[in-house]
Write a protein of this length. Structure first.
Ligand code: SF4
Length: 223
């Protein structure tokens, strides 16, 4: 059976849920035109899993890094390291210069962090959605309460969201890195469980260091 945009979400989830994360990715790329698939990565502490999978299944597929202008140097180094090791086709995108400058001048990460994420992440990503049907995301259910209900396929605003590793546990993640000898973002060894922008990331388990002490847990890209 081939993938159809009209296929019922329940049926899609039934077909993909019994598969391993790698088999889910393989099936998606065998059932849908690759040009219709959007893949982004933050090059954070769990990103290497999906990046490793795509390097095996569709090594030339474009992987977009939404560069906010506030990323850690360690993350940019990690991007280079993974590109070399896995042979990834990485494309960096970001907000228009004048919009990004507005966030710098107004320190929006302090005073209007939703606007800051919108300009530097969400709006920049929206440009990538044109002509795509599906967006692959590396969300993990165990990382925070907002993600508990997520299934492999979820409807998005414009694109169907695909979460092939959503049910991996912390142990599965650790095992995957070990089995495939994947390098880790150096910030992980400094105590950062999750990594975003310098202004909004502190040390902590899983995602507890993201927007710490603020009423925010997600950037708005995926949830
Ligand atoms: S994570 Fe912080 S610095 Fe980065 S875009 Fe969002 S509010 Fe701005």
């Amino acid at each position: 059976m081939k993938f159809s945009k009209q296929e019922n979400l329940v049926r899609l989830n039934e077909r993909y849920t019994p598969l391993s994360p790698l088999k889910r990715m393989e099936r998606l790329f065998s059932e849908i035109d690759h040009d219709r698939i959007l893949m982004t990565s933050s090059f954070g502490t769990t990103s290497a899993i999906l990046l490793h999978m795509i390097s095996k299944i569709a090594p030339q597929h474009q992987v977009y890094l939404v560069s906010t202008g506030y990323l850690f140097n360690e993350t940019l180094q990690y991007k280079k390291e993974l590109k070399k090791k896995l042979g990834l086709n990485i494309v960096e995108v970001g907000a228009k210069e004048n919009k990004h400058r507005f966030t710098q001048e107004n320190q929006t990460w302090k005073y209007q962090n939703d606007l800051c994420c919108f300009i530097n992440k969400v709006d920049a990503t929206n440009q990538l959605k044109k002509g795509k049907d599906i967006w692959i995301s590396g969300l993990l259910r165990f990382q925070n309460a907002n993600r508990q209900h997520l299934r492999i396929f979820e409807p998005g605003n414009e694109l169907l969201k695909f979460h092939p590793i959503i049910d991996m546990t912390a142990e599965d993640v650790s095992l995957y890195f070990t089995i495939y000898d994947l390098p880790q973002n150096k910030l992980y060894y400094q105590g950062y469980g999750s990594v975003g922008c310098t202004h909004c990331t502190e040390k902590g388990d899983q995602r507890e260091g993201r927007w710490l002490s603020r009423q925010k847990t997600e950037c708005g890209l995926h949830l």
